[in-house]
Structures are given as structure tokens and as C-alpha cells.
Design a protein around this ligand. Structure first.
Ligand code: GLU
Length: 471
């Protein structure tokens, strides 16, 4: 089946769904139900600042409520559309299913360029947006829980949580109405970098499977792999930083809004990010060669291409020229369906968005649980873990008469603090989801790519959940 190339993100998600659903036997009518967005709420509201009133409009779409709350970020971008919000809400449903996060899918968007507003104005806009959404149940700890996305972060989440709590002071779980909050406001250590960390864990898991690595035409091991990164935002920055510092990946190019920086010997990710934050672009960065036509660098020779910008970046137009062996989808929907087929024809392997960028929502899930528990995760057992570790060291020393080296003592007697718990649970989730995708691919002849297998896996899980409870 050949897809019709289209710019509509929602159509693209529909095409992926239609391809995958052919591999799954569903009760009549269920596929239509799963495919469609359950509801979309459009808001327009005025906020007064400066000389008068300013109008804002946005959406919150809930794709599926088979599990509640529905979950997904809120994007602040000047060109956000209803189509985009619905498409991303659908991706959230499938993403949560792939990584066994028991939530439905949702997404929000506000048409605004946050760089045009002061922090004070943004706070007022965010609080008003929160009131609009909360009034209709599109923000609620039990029904719909937003999180950061492009253009939003912990600061906006703190405003949302605070506004919600002011609206519903008797709701003991009010703080769980949003995730990605700052630590001081009930957030989870490691949530900010979670999507990047998940990408690292996903790539590590891929490289544990020798036949998958060989199928991509790559040599074993992540160390020394040449990686091109599109966008050094929250997702791309952390993924590139961790992969460079901890796995020996060489970042040979970074593509940003104003062009690309290339250095075959490897770019210093941390310094480049600081430069980007200070100068608003990569042009002039002294440790690489600047290329104005950044999109061309997507087509450069490399082992891994990490797409961490936004949707529709690899299309039918540039797919035939892509030379990377492995594409890592840090963004949502960066490869169109037609491009996806083209890449597959060239033997290029894609680690799909609904698996690879799920780290954010996984750690969001832990944050939500911790908020409902009203206790810091690990608080009850942290010291116990340490004592056990210390005791094991003592016992070994007593029995062997030797001293256990300090680095072993540190590792064995470390506590179960929140950061360690979330990080290890994320690692476990990414390993397990990859293995599930892999075995789904083996079970279904028609699921001939990791993307199709991930979609089939998600649809099978949704089917099971609908059949269990009835629609
Ligand atoms: N916005 C992120 C995503 O697209 C995170 C969603 C969440 O944590 O709920 O996956």
C-alpha cells in the first residue's frame, strides 16, 4: 500500500494506523473507534495586559479514554493547529500502550510564541488557559493530566498546578493534575531529561540485539557511532549529551533553526548548547563549520540520525537521499508515512516515536503515582536498602578477611532514592518495550518494521483493554 504524501499530521497518523490495523483482528467497528479522537475542546479567551486585551486560542484533544487519566503535553507554538493537537493526542494513546503506562492519550496546544511574552504575561495566559480547560474536565488528576511539550516546561506546569489547586482546594490530589512540575512542587527528579534518557536507553537496547544491528547495516556497539542531531532542545540536548558522555557516541553535526554546525571529529554538546542558549542559534560557534542550509545536513553520511525537532521532517522529497543507517525519532511524527516506506526500501531502520520518545510520559507516570501516594518514592525503604548493602559488605569482609574496594561499597550500599528509582524503572521499561516490539515483529509477517510492530503491539493492547471492560 502506498500512502498519499500529505502535510496533515493527523492524516499521516491515520495512515500508520490503517497499515498496522490490518495485522490485528478486531471486533467489527472497534478499529474506527480506536482511530478517532474521542473529543476536542477549542478555547478562545482574552487576557488583559499592556494596553488592553489580547486574545488567545488553543485546544485540548482527548484521543482515548480507555484508561484514565488521559495524558499528554501542552505545546506553546505560534503555528499549532487542531490537526496537530489531535494527531499528537493519538500518538500519546499508542505511546502509552507500547510502554505499559495505563493512561489514555491527550494533547493540548496554545497558539502563542512564548518568546514574545514576559514571564508575567505568560503566567497570566497559562493560568487563564488552565481555568478554561479545568472547567470542562480537560485538566484533572483523575481525567486529564497535561505535561510539558514544545515551548513549555516545569515553570508552566507549576502555574497550572497552582491554579488548579486554587480552583479545587478540597481536592487532596490536586497536585497530580499535571506532571513535569519543578521538584519543589511535587515534581520527579529526572523528569526534565527523561525523554532524552529514554532515547539513550532505547538505543542501548537496540544495540544489545546483534541481528537488529546487523540488519541496519551497522557494526556492533554504540561507542564511536557518528550521530547527526536535529534540534538541541530539551529532547535532543539530553539524548546527545548522555550518548556522548556515557556511550562514546560522536555527535558529528547539530541542525538548528538557523543552520547546522558540523565537525567530523565530534562536537562538544554541552558547550554548543550553552552557545545556543546565549546566541539563539548555532551560527558562529567556533568549534565546527557552519552550514546555512541546515536541512541538507539531514542527508549527510552518518550512522544515527536523531530527529528531535518536530513532525514532517523526513518526507517523500528528502527520504531518497537519507544516508543514515538508523533513524531515532525523538520528536513526534518526524517521518511521514511515504518517507517511512522509502527508508524501509533502502534498509534504513527507524526506532519509532511511539517507543523511543516515551521516556517523558513514563517518568510522568511515576510523578503522578508519587503525587497520589503523598510520599516521596523510596522514602520508606531508602535507609533499609543502605543498611542491607552495608551489612553485605561487612559479611563479605568478615568471611573473606579482605577489604571490599570502595567503588563496590558505593554501588552496593546506595539507597533507593527517587532519582535512582525513576531512572532504573525507565531503563527497565525501555528494555521491556523493545523486547515486546521485537517479538511482535516476529509474530506478524506483515509487521515488517519496528514501527509497524510497535503500532500492532499498541493496537493489540488497546483491543485487550476494550474487550476486558467493554466499550
Ligand atoms: N509531551 C511529552 C510527549 O509527547 C510528554 C507527555 C507526558 O509526560 O504526559 O510524550
Amino acid at each position: 500500500m502506498t500512502a498519499i504524501e500529505t502535510n496533515l499530521f493527523l492524516d499521516n497518523v491515520g495512515v500508520m494506523f490503517d497499515r498496522a490495523v490490518q495485522c490485528v483482528e478486531l471486533p467489527p467497528g472497534l478499529s474506527e473507534h480506536i482511530r478517532e479522537c474521542d473529543s476536542v475542546y477549542k478555547v478562545s479567551f482574552p487576557v488583559e495586559f499592556g494596553e488592553g486585551y489580547h486574545m488567545f486560542s488553543g485546544w485540548r484533544a482527548t484521543h482515548s479514554e480507555h484508561r484514565l487519566p488521559a495524558k499528554g503535553g501542552i505545546r506553546y507554538a505560534p503555528d499549532v493547529t487542531q490537526d496537530e493537537v489531535e494527531a499528537m493526542a493519538a500518538l500519546m494513546t499508542f505511546k502509552c500502550a507500547v510502554v505499559d503506562v495505563p493512561f489514555g492519550g491527550s494533547k493540548g496546544g496554545l497558539c502563542i510564541d512564548p518568546r514574545d511574552y514576559s514571564a508575567d504575561a505568560l503566567e497570566r495566559i497559562t493560568r487563564r488557559f488552565t481555568r478554561e480547560l479545568a472547567a470542562k474536565g480537560y485538566i484533572s488528576p483523575s481525567l486529564n493530566v497535561p505535561a510539558p511539550d514544545m515551548g513549555t516546561g516545569p515553570r508552566e506546569m507549576a502555574w497550572i498546578a497552582d491554579e488548579y489547586r486554587a480552583l479545587y482546594p478540597s481536592d487532596i490530589n490536586a497536585i497530580a493534575c499535571v506532571t513535569g512540575k519543578p521538584l519543589s512542587r511535587g515534581g520527579m527528579p529526572g523528569r526534565t531529561e527523561a525523554t532524552g534518557r529514554g532515547i539513550q536507553f532505547g538505543l542501548r537496547e537496540f544495540f544489545r540485539h546483534a541481528s537488529d544491528v546487523a540488519a541496519a547495516g551497522l557494526e556492533s556497539g554504540l561507542a564511536g557511532k557518528r550521530m547527526v542531531v536535529q534540534a538541541l532542545g530539551n529532547v535532543g540536548y539530553y539524548a546527545a549529551k548522555f550518548l556522548q558522555e556515557e556511550d562514546g557516541v560522536r555527535v558529528t553535526a547539530v541542525i538548528e533553526r538557523d543552520g547546522a554546525i558540523v565537525n567530523e571529529d565530534g562536537l562538544p554538546v554541552e558547550r554548543l548548547r550553552q552557545y545556543l542558549l546565549e546566541h539563539g542559534g548555532v551560527a558562529g560557534f567556533p568549534e565546527g563549520t557552519y552550514v546555512e542550509e541546515g536541512a541538507l545536513i539531514l542527508e549527510s553520511d552518518c550512522d544515527i540520525l536523531l530527529l528531535a525537532a518536530m513532525e514532517n521532517q523526513i518526507t517523500a522529497a528528502n527520504a531518497p537521499r537519507i544516508k543514515a543507517r538508523l533513524i531515532a525519532e525523538g520528536a513526534n511524527g518526524p517521518v511521514t508515512p511515504e518517507a517511512d516506506e522509502e527508508l524501509q526500501r533502502h534498509g534504513i531502520v527507524v526506532l519509532p516515536d511511539i517507543y523511543l520518545n516515551a521516556g517523558g510520559v513514563v517518568v510522568s507516570y511515576f510523578e503522578w503515582i508519587k503525587n497520589l501516594f503523598h510520599i516521596r518514592l523510596g522514602r520508606l525503604e531508602n535507609r533499609l536498602h543502605q543498611l542491607r548493602g552495608e551489612y553485605i559488605v561487612e559479611m563479605i569482609e568478615e568471611v573473606t578477611g579482605k577489604t571490599v574496594p570502595e567503588h563496590h561499597v558505593k554501588r552496593i550500599s546506595g539507597g533507593a532514592d527517587e532519582y535512582a528509582l525513576a531512572r532504573s524503572a525507565l531503563d527497565d521499561t525501555m528494555r521491556s518495550a523493545y523486547r515486546q516490539i521485537r517479538s511482535t515483529k516476529m509474530r506478524h509477517e506483515k509487521a515488517d518494521s519496528l514501527r509497524m510492530a510497535a503500532w500492532v503491539l499498541a493496537i493489540e493492547k488497546l483491543n485487550a483493554s476494550f474487550v476486558e471492560v467493554g466499550i
